[in-house]
Design a protein around this ligand. Structure first.
Ligand code: SF4
Length: 328
């Protein structure tokens, strides 16, 4: 299955059903969906990023493009300024394609699309344009995991590495923290599709530091007070894929203003003992491709400054002219 291009007669934003919310927003006439997006691309930052897993960031950095809006809208979101505050600048598909080529010129190891799939048709178009214009970097798709199989399938021809979260095994917790009680089964179905794509491609090296990835790195952020659910997430991942995936178990939970005000477990950082229980559990299950974080649990350095760095600039046509001139 393919998206119909935004240039085709069918506009996928007419009654949007791109994500599991299937809210039907008429984004093509300027209405805003539950994800906070209209049909116009909005991007908050495009820059080298050094805080992803070693195969993704390597030494040179990942070329991360942070999109505004998000269908999941977790209460504890670490990027609320862009996921729910809608910070970002409006751009065209041509500009998005040029942005990818700029990151390639800056030495990025890959193009890392961060929470992009509520704009999937335009992102797909931009990737195709950029590839035609000389983009050769691997494409990483960084997602909350809460995606439709049809969307994952439609992006399969342009994405090389999937970087999904698997946040919750409990539908009760998923409902409480993200208003999405279907998160576990929806995400497992999306992971199955990613896994099927990756299995047909085989293992690949992505890092410039020799770090290997299977082509799918499933992330799990351990939440304070919820280690039982973290262990249940690991059970489900082991059952689903065993060592055919990499897992990344993260301790970087940082309480945002909303969680600090609400009190309870989510108002505090993860404690070392909680993190160790989850890491030991993963180890006992038998995961061999596993990334974890060292150092203090609360570090806002993992959250870049959202100041529209790299967003404004030339459209693809003028960028391609500039490239042709500088190489002649
Ligand atoms: S992508 Fe946004 S507008 Fe489309 S269905 Fe999901 S929440 Fe609604």
């Amino acid at each position: 299955m393919q998206f119909l291009s935004m240039q085709s007669s069918h506009n996928p934003y007419e009654a949007c059903k791109l994500c599991p919310r299937t809210c039907g927003a008429q984004r093509n006439v300027g209405k805003i969906g539950l994800c906070g997006a209209t049909a116009t691309l909005r991007v908050a930052r495009s820059a080298l990023h050094f805080w992803e897993e070693p195969p993704i960031s390597g030494e040179m950095g990942s070329g991360a493009i942070f999109f505004s809006g998000c269908p999941l809208r977790c209460v504890f979101c670490q990027n609320q300024q862009i996921s729910q505050g809608n910070f970002g600048h409006e751009i065209t598909v041509q500009r998005l394609a040029a942005m990818m080529l700029e990151l390639q010129q800056q030495g990025a190891l890959n193009i890392n699309l961060v929470t992009a799939l509520h704009y999937a048709p335009q992102v797909h178009d931009a990737l195709c344009m950029a590839k035609k214009a000389g983009l050769v970097l691997p494409i990483v798709c960084n997602t909350s995991g809460y995606e439709l199989v049809s969307t994952i399938r439609a992006m399969g021809d342009v994405v090389d590495v999937w970087l999904p979260d698997f946040k919750y095994a409990s539908s009760t917790l998923a409902y409480k923290l993200s208003g999405a009680k279907d998160y576990p089964e929806v995400t497992i179905a999306a992971l199955e599709e990613m896994l099927a794509q990756v299995r047909t491609r085989g293992t690949r090296v992505v890092g410039d530091n020799g770090a290997l990835t299977t082509g799918i790195i499933v992330r799990h952020l351990v939440l304070p007070g919820h280690i039982e659910d973290s262990c249940a997430v690991l059970d489900k991942l082991w059952e689903l894929a065993g060592n055919d995936i990499d897992i990344s178990i993260m301790n970087q939970y940082t309480p945002n203003a909303h969680c600090r005000a609400a009190g309870g477990n989510l108002a505090r950082a993860l404690i070392d003992e909680e993190y160790e229980v989850v890491l030991d559990y993963a180890d006992d299950l038998g995961f061999e491709h596993m990334w974890w974080q060292q150092g203090g649990t609360v570090s806002e350095s993992f959250v870049p400054e959202f100041d529209a760095t790299g967003v404004e600039g030339p459209e693809l046509s003028s960028f391609s002219r500039y490239l042709a001139q500088s190489s002649s």
